[in-house]
Design a protein around this ligand. Structure first.
Ligand SMILES: Cc1cc2nc3c(=O)[nH]c(=O)nc-3n(C[C@H](O)[C@H](O)[C@H](O)COP(=O)(O)O)c2cc1C
Length: 189
């Protein structure tokens, strides 16, 4: 593994992607407008998916609202240190099973497609000057129960959106190594 020096290395990828990082401290005073929140969701809506199956839904929680309070109670200790300050928490749900069946898969690509929709959302955020930190450090069963998520949907991850109060790599976090494999390591030879 080689250390990734984003964004210092010479690179031809888009500057927004080269400079992207997952903050561990957010500006706790920034609020997002409804139009900004809708732009993030609209970006996800435009993502491609296998057979146009669109196997995603999102729970939207602005800092301080009822959804936010419910989600914050279910964060793991690690994410509770930084996620509550973000302007917006978005819980990412995958449509995994056909409704009413025990184990009939809705789409072979449900998680793949959800990830792609979340990526679109985070890129839209970058274009709007917002950073994002996706995470799994929360009580999945607790959120599933609190929001009465049915068996055929899976609470997969959460994305925290906002503006960072620190630079990339400035604060160490147990959950966020910034090392990357080299291009040689990711090209199958
Ligand atoms: C599906 C997923 C789950 C993640 N879970 C966590 C997590 O539970 N806690 C955390 O601090 N970061 C989590 N991350 C963030 C990654 O650790 C982070 O993206 C990675 O270390 C690379 O750092 P960077 O995003 O700053 O480049 C998660 C990211 C993804 C995509």
């Amino acid at each position: 593994m080689t250390q990734c020096h984003v964004p210092d290395e010479p690179t031809i990828i888009h500057p927004a992607l080269a400079g992207r990082y997952s903050p561990v401290r957010f500006n706790s005073t920034l609020t997002l407008t409804t139009a900004e929140v809708h732009a993030l969701l609209d970006a996800a809506r435009h993502a491609p998916s296998a057979g146009n199956s669109q196997p995603w839904k999102f729970i939207v929680a602005r800092r301080g609202d009822a959804n936010h309070q419910r989600i914050v109670r279910r964060l793991a200790r690690s994410s509770s240190l930084w996620a509550p300050a973000a302007s917006l928490l978005v819980v990412n749900l995958a449509h995994t099973l056909v409704e009413g069946t025990a184990d009939w898969e809705y789409s072979e690509f449900a998680h793949y497609d959800l990830g792609q929709a979340v990526a679109h959302m985070t890129f839209q955020g970058l274009a709007m000057g917002l950073a994002a930190h996706q995470f799994r450090a929360f009580d999945r069963d607790g959120i599933t129960s609190d929001f009465v998520i049915p068996h055929h949907w899976e609470v997969t991850s959460i994305t925290a959106f906002g503006t960072a109060t620190h630079a990339a790599g400035e604060l160490a976090s147990s959950g966020t190594s910034r090392e990357r494999m080299s291009l040689d390591e990711i090209i199958w030879s």
